[in-house]
Design a protein. Sequence first.
Length: 726
Amino acid sequence: MPRESLPWGTSPGLYIMSLTLHGLVRGTDIELGRDADTGGQVLYVLDQARNLALQPEVQLVEVLTRQVWDQRVDDSYAQPREEIGDGVRIVRLPFGPRRYLHKERLWPYLPSMVDQVMRLVRARGRAPDLIHAHYADGGFVGAQVAKILGIPLIFTGHSLGRVKKARLMEQGHSVETLEERYNFTQRIEAEEVALETAALVVASTWQEVREQYELYDHYQPDRKVVIPPGVDLSRFSPPGDDTDFGPVADEVRRFLTDPAKPLIMAMARADERKNFATLVKAFGTSQALREHANLLLVMGNREDIREMPAGARRVLTDILLLIDQHDLYGSVAYPKGHRSEDVPLLYQMAAASGGVFVNPALTEPFGLTLIEAAASGLPVVATNDGGPQDILKACDNGVLVDPEDAEEMGRELVQALRDRERWETWSESGIQGVHQSFSWKSHARRYLAEAEKAMGGHHPEDGLRSLSRRHRLPRLDRILVTDIDDTLTGDPDALATFLEAMEAAGENVGFAVATGRSLPQALEILEELGLKHPDILITATGTGIHYGPTLVADRSWPRQIAYRWDPDRVKDALTSIPGLSLGDVQCMTQFRLRFHLEDPHALSLAEIRRTLRRDGLQVTAILDHESDLDITPVRASQGLAIRFISHKWNLAPGRILVAGDSGNDADMLSGETLGVVVGNHTPELEELRGRPRVYFADRHHAWGVLEGIQHYDFFHSIRITDEEPD
């Protein structure tokens, strides 16, 4: 029986969840280079998952991605599940429109993915032992799920927004244009949230740690670890005397007048950062290279350049113009396509010809292709940046060059091809170095050792590890959750009508209150309003959960949210900021601090968060009614409390209606719950307008809640219209 089909509890093995969300992820025929979202990180995630699953202490690795139904992409991306090995599989979850979207357009739909992951965990009957989130979007979702479940988050950014934004601005792009195209504000904030939530950050090189992660407010070196990716040594090896290079060899040779010459090979997607243009210039302006070598450019797959994204179209057009300018016809091969299984053969072709692999990228966070080339016995000439520095230090199989100096690049390529004794030494050294330093087995062992530290060396058996199937609220199949102040209050007639509607709603409809007030304050106002004790009472900005008329406290929630909570350090950090002072003492609780902004226009929430992160504090900061600042543990908020309840009591988010009016309510209004923003809402909530499942009522106070109930037909059949057409 495969390990992943074993009933939970029959094996002590780890359950690891890996998040890579853009959707074009599959176990075979990986479309590397199809677009900017299908680079080497897809292969990294899948190879890491496969090799972790091979370790005896691991029971299951699930790679979660987005399910896509789109005639422009292959049908395999619509399959809900794909087994890719013993104990490892891809699970595709639907969120957002059915069609394929680039990751920059997924931001409004990510809260829905949080709820989809929680639904999957409920179905599994067990929470993962840890979550590994990849990229900013995965980091956002992974951080929320890790907080709800109380489990460690491991984060790998791959490429980070602050770095990309700075580089594009240096090229002359305006802030407004970049924001419209890349949503950098959301991306960078998501990366900050992932970094402040993560128990461990895995990078591929030390330069990545120093020059990328160090730019972030929540830079904590003690949580960073460098674990280089591995290479599948069963796929990449030197060519033999009788190696059959297959049809891909014919595809390359058809471009070349003299195919017997050594191949100078480069492989990456068609992206300006990959710097193919400088390589073509280096080749075109070197008479020695033109006489003694051919150039092979493997730039992903294409049908028609005119139909490619603008960036790739521009790169390929520039390369064709350079080939024409230097009259390189018959000396440069640029095949239109290749399969995943062709990649090892391409490296072997270049090695068998006595050629060289080139990575001319302007910046290179890691450089997986360099490891693949080295394993194939192919010496390298690589950019003097990032990963190549570490790889060549370990393998001693080539030379580093300035990626913007075409003359130097050409000169080093000539020397690499002419010095055959050194070529042989580099070839043998590369093969040996890869096996010693860059195998997936060594990566997996190091990874699990670091993950064990992140989990505290043990696996606590709390109520979320083995989910109870008992329903402690058996009469309820839906719950209305509402804020108190300015949502229920503010119009006595509206409140009276609301109370009548709730009385008539039926025994299956539950009532919950989520408020920023402390428990005593909440009870006092509920009594004043004539409201009976709700079925669930969430207080103090999501830090307290109580059930029923006897106010039974949820005992697991305080244990979960206490993670890295240090209120004294928070007070020290914030009371030193001019214009910010401790708020009403009655609002303070064990897990909530409240501060008051004297002038909301003089100090932004972004500045406050930056201060907290730079002090290494893992907390949640929420601005309420523009002048009250709530600081809670990083795992606590009203939205997280609602999802915790949804998960714990097995109630689908689509059967929870949430109503609110202020910034304090923002995170509980997002996702797959049904949201209602009352007409008298504060400006902070305008950013939710147009989000899926968030209804903006015209009427104010409790009238707005009633309008939302009617909009969703919540007391009857529950009408959900998922908003954006395909």
